[in-house]
Design a protein around this ligand. Structure first.
Ligand SMILES: [Zn+2]
Length: 488
């Protein structure tokens, strides 16, 4: 792949034209790939080939042109994110195997690949299309065109079907979306002391690289930052059946609230409660837990999960960080699930709904693969989740600049292990958890206030926030249709 800076070439041509009219035009042509001595470019539209479709992939298939007609992208194109363009074509008999140069122009940038055309393209075979990679930092403009070219000596140069748009001066517009920043995951290595081992999660260079790649595959951002924090000692046991999980999640959530974290940081406590996964999870287990956080609740952006080597624990982390982006379960192997997930045929049982592409492995992902917010395997990101994550990421990155007047809130969490009171937290806005009517019992009587509840994703329980009040001895509220009392 080559990238030319056309803006730079144009500047040279302009400057030269002022002093050496005519001659400078030839120089400019030659810099553009032409041979000296002629005004014609060296490469002209190829004969015998018809472009039939153009797609862009940033993880999922998005059509930009079909049968010579521009298609508005039905999934956001993310600026700054690596992309692959696929050019589909038909060839006339006799042209199969012809060497061509395919050129993609985005804004002022050009990308070229050499390709020998086959007979016909189909979407299930990556090798049957002309594929052009575009690094994310070059994907910042809002118009594009493609040309399939041959050396001037080998083509008539008159085939308008070898380019899109067919008018050689025209460009098609591209509707792009800005996520507003990277995905930032702060990996907190929980040092597991309950069995006396002091075992840490696996954070080798290989594992961190895999974490970064796997998050990047499915989160709609230009960049994923994985920050490894200092070890976080933990002496309580965490059991396969869910015991101890809420307590550890609370500890990581509290840590996030005091760690001076940015609004858009996602804390993830990883731990190894045994030497290997099978030993812990042989009879089935909880593998991760997170807060279902709202966009305006940075203090709740925390999750925990197993931290063994290999992709399994990373899949859990991707799923849990999805919950902290407000994503619910998608409907495969788990109920209840997100009522907003599409119910059409292509999304049956949380299917991703269209072709995916793993760019790192140069491999297509079948449309029948499952969305990563489901409980089924193997997983990729669905178009539904991709778009929803992008909306949340934009909201969170927008909030990153927000500083409002702050108020102080009490925090109490409850689950199968009991009730836990936490330090109060100062917030720049009202929490966006589920509103709950809360009755506070104090020495001087009772008071009704508006509370906000953040449920755990994989356990019955969660965290309640209510305005900080002096002398609270008990909190009463309804949970799952029944009154509960939380004793201080
Ligand atoms: Zn889940």
């Amino acid at each position: 792949m080559r990238a030319y800076d056309l803006a730079f070439l144009a500047a040279i041509a302009f400057a030269a034209c002022n002093s050496f009219t005519g001659v400078a035009d030839l120089d400019a042509e030659s810099a553009d790939g032409g041979s000296t001595g002629s005004n014609l470019p060296a490469l002209l539209p190829a004969d015998g080939i018809t472009l039939t479709r153009v797609e862009i992939y940033q993880g999922l298939q998005v059509k930009l042109m079909e049968d010579g007609v521009a298609v508005a992208n039905d999934l956001p194109v993310v600026i700054g994110r690596d992309a692959l363009f696929r050019l589909y074509y038909d060839v006339e008999p006799g042209f199969e195997g012809t060497p061509t140069t395919a050129r993609l122009t985005i804004g002022d940038e050009e990308f070229e690949v050499q390709a020998s055309v086959g007979s016909i393209s189909n979407e299930s075979s990556l090798g049957s299309t002309i594929n052009i990679e575009v690094p994310g930092d070059m994907l910042m403009a809002t118009d594009w065109r493609v040309d399939v070219l041959q050396p001037r000596e080998e083509t008539s140069g008159s085939n308008k079907a070898a380019a899109f748009p067919s008018d050689s001066e025209a460009k098609e517009s591209l509707d792009v979306t800005n996520p507003g920043g990277p995905l930032r995951v702060r990996l907190v290595p929980v040092q597991y002391q309950a069995d006396g081992s002091g075992r840490l999660p696996v954070t080798t260079e290989d594992q961190l690289e895999l974490i970064q790649d796997m998050f990047f595959n499915v989160y709609p951002v230009g960049e994923v930052e994985i920050i490894v924090d200092d070890p976080f000692p933990w002496t309580q046991p965490v059991a396969p059946n869910g015991g101890g999980w809420g307590e550890l999640l609370d500890a990581i959530t509290n840590y996030r609230q005091t760690a001076g974290a940015d609004v858009n940081e996602y804390f993830y406590g990883a731990f190894r409660p045994s030497d290997d996964f099978g030993e812990f999870c042989g009879g089935g287990c909880i593998a991760g837990l997170a807060n279902l956080a709202g966009p305006g609740d940075p203090g709740q952006r925390a999750g925990i999960g197993l931290g063994f080597a290999g992709p399994g624990s990373i899949e859990t982390a991707i799923h849990e960080v999805g919950h902290t982006h407000g994503r619910q379960h998608t409907p495969c192997g788990v109920s209840p699930s997100d009522p907003g997930f599409p119910t059409d045929e292509v999304h049956v049982e949380a299917s991703i709904g269209r072709w995916g592409l793993n760019m790192a492995q140069n491999q297509l992902v079948d449309p029948g693969i499952k969305d990563f917010m489901s409980y089924c395997d193997p997983t990729w990101v669905s178009d539904y989740t991709f778009e929803a994550l992008l909306t949340r990421i934009q909201a969170v990155n927008g909030l990153a600049k927000y500083i409002g007047p702050s108020t102080r809130w009490h925090q109490v969490s409850f689950d199968q292990d009991g009730t836990r009171w936490h330090p109060t937290v100062e917030l720049g806005r009202t929490p966006t958890g589920e509103p709950r009517d809360v009755t506070l019992v104090t020495a001087s009587g009772q008071e009704r206030v508006a509370g906000y509840f953040f449920g755990y994703d994989h356990l019955d329980g969660g965290r309640l926030l209510f305005p900080a009040t002096k002398g609270v001895t008990q909190v009463r509220l309804e949970h799952r249709g029944a009154p509960i009392e939380l004793q201080r």
